[in-house]
Design a protein around this ligand. Structure first.
Ligand code: FAD
Length: 409
């Protein structure tokens, strides 16, 4: 499904060292660099820092101020294989042990070599992020929960303690959470933004990639970037509306998104030459209903979409229009957390047929996957009166994340 239709608004322009061609004329390059990074979330930030440290001249653009879903996220990053936090908490973990666990989790979604490299470089990657200034002090406690308390920096974020995962890998906590109150993804996003600037990359916010520029042999040599002329505050307000209202109502989100795009038409076009490559880090597509219906229909009608207005699949479509091949577009994550309160793990989760859906103590992303893939996205948790009352008491008392002994018993 490669879209080479030259009339498509995302179809690449042809170009060479003198500029990009469109409408019968050549537009000289306005900006030149070695590497153009598109999108400033975790992927773009780390790509920019490493490209810059490798000696490349780097320009980073973002449709908004930057941060993306990374900046809004809960901030949990899956590290293991023997990080300082794991060792300090008394857990022995190795890259092989981490691999054995993740192999079960990811199935065929990640090639074996990639997964192995992910596990083998995990300790170094953790230290890389710490060196950027993301606060990961040694945790005073280790919990198992949907999301840990503010003073907790290490916890069992996945299914490590659950059957059958614990049977083929020694359970180890790997959810590493930047220290802070509430959702702390913004700490990593900001550290990467600052790290990228400190490394010497040039940031151009409110600049949207419209299409790529390719040479006659198909190599990507640049991009067409639209820099916003309309007031930035207006775009920020619209993007917030898309994210919040569009998170709940796809129809309203679509209308708001069309308005946002209309405002963004007031922009100045730049032709950016990238001598050594363009890296597309533009996030996902959960805010584009058409793409969701096409690639992941079972997830299209989830009650709430999470992400940002930037998750409209534009970068994916731009890459595809230049000959990129898509993969794993059907892999989504849908969250159905049963806890807190932890007491509700004592219930039984059944689908419409009455069959049990899964082990109730599984990670909410796994519970969601079972519900959607096998039970049409519907489930009911059945609890008896005493379990219900215990759950209520836990909620009233602030429901501290529960002790992992519950699993180990
Ligand atoms: C509420 C929430 C909680 C989450 N919690 C966790 C968690 O705890 N742990 C975890 O691992 N994951 C979590 N996730 C998922 C995680 O945040 C994302 O998978 C991750 O941040 C994606 O990073 P990214 O760099 O690929 O994209 P993003 O961080 O979304 O960055 C993409 C950037 O590209 C920009 N962009 C888009 N299109 C264009 C364009 N055409 N031109 C220029 N720029 C463009 C966007 O403005 C955006 O800034 C959470 C997500 C959400 C929404």
């Amino acid at each position: 499904m490669i879209d080479h239709d030259p009339s498509s608004e995302r179809a690449p322009l042809r170009g060479d060292s003198s500029g990009a061609r469109s409408g019968g004329r050549t537009h000289a390059w306005d900006i030149e660099c070695d590497v153009l990074v598109v999108g400033l979330g975790a992927a773009g930030g780390s790509a920019a820092i490493e490209a810059r440290r490798g000696g490349a001249e780097v320009v980073v653009i973002d449709r908004f101020a930057g941060g993306g879903a990374t900046g809004r996220s809960a901030g949990i990053i899956y590290f293991g294989g023997g990080t300082e936090l794991q060792l300090a908490a008394g857990y022995v973990d190795t890259p092989q042990n981490m691999f054995d666990y993740l192999r079960q989790e990811v199935g065929d979604a990640v090639p074996e070599a990639t997964l192995r490299a992910f596990c083998e470089t995990s300790v170094a990657n953790f230290e890389w992020l710490r060196q950027l200034g993301v606060p990961f002090p040694v945790s005073g406690k280790v919990s198992k929960s949907a999301y840990p308390e503010s003073d907790c920096t290490l916890y069992f974020s996945g299914n490590e303690l659950c059957h059958p995962y614990r049977d083929s890998a020694t359970p180890a906590p790997r959810g590493h959470r930047p220290l802070g109150v509430g959702l702390t993804g913004h700490l990593s996003a900001e550290a990467m933004r600052l790290g990228m600037l400190e490394a010497g990359a040039l940031l151009r916010p409110y600049s949207r990639l419209e299409r790529l520029v390719v040479a006659s042999d198909g190599a990507v040599i640049g991009g067409v970037v639209c820099e916003l002329k309309a007031p930035r505050w207006l775009v920020d307000v619209m993007a917030t509306l898309v994210r919040n209202a569009g998170g709940i109502s796809p129809r309203l989100g679509g209308v708001l998104q069309a308005t946002l795009r209309a405002i963004e038409r007031s922009c100045k076009r730049h032709h950016v030459r990238a001598r050594r490559g363009v890296i597309l880090c533009t996030g996902g597509f959960v805010f584009d209903r058409k793409l969701m219906l096409e690639h992941a229909p079972a997830y299209a009608d989830c009650s709430m979409r999470l992400g940002t207005a930037g998750d409209d699949g534009s970068g994916i479509a731009i890459g595809q229009a230049a000959g990129g091949v898509l993969g794993k577009m059907d892999r989504c994550t849908a969250w159905r957390f049963i806890d807190p309160p932890e007491a509700w793990w004592g219930g039984i989760l059944v689908g419409r047929s009455g069959a049990r859906i899964c082990n109730e103590t599984l990670y909410g992303g796994k519970v969601g996957e079972h519900m959607i893939e096998e039970h049409g996205g519907k489930g009911t948790l059945i609890v008896d009166a005493s379990t219900m009352a215990r759950g209520r008491r836990q909620v009233m008392s602030g429901n501290p994340p529960q002790c992992i002994n519950a699993y180990l018993a």
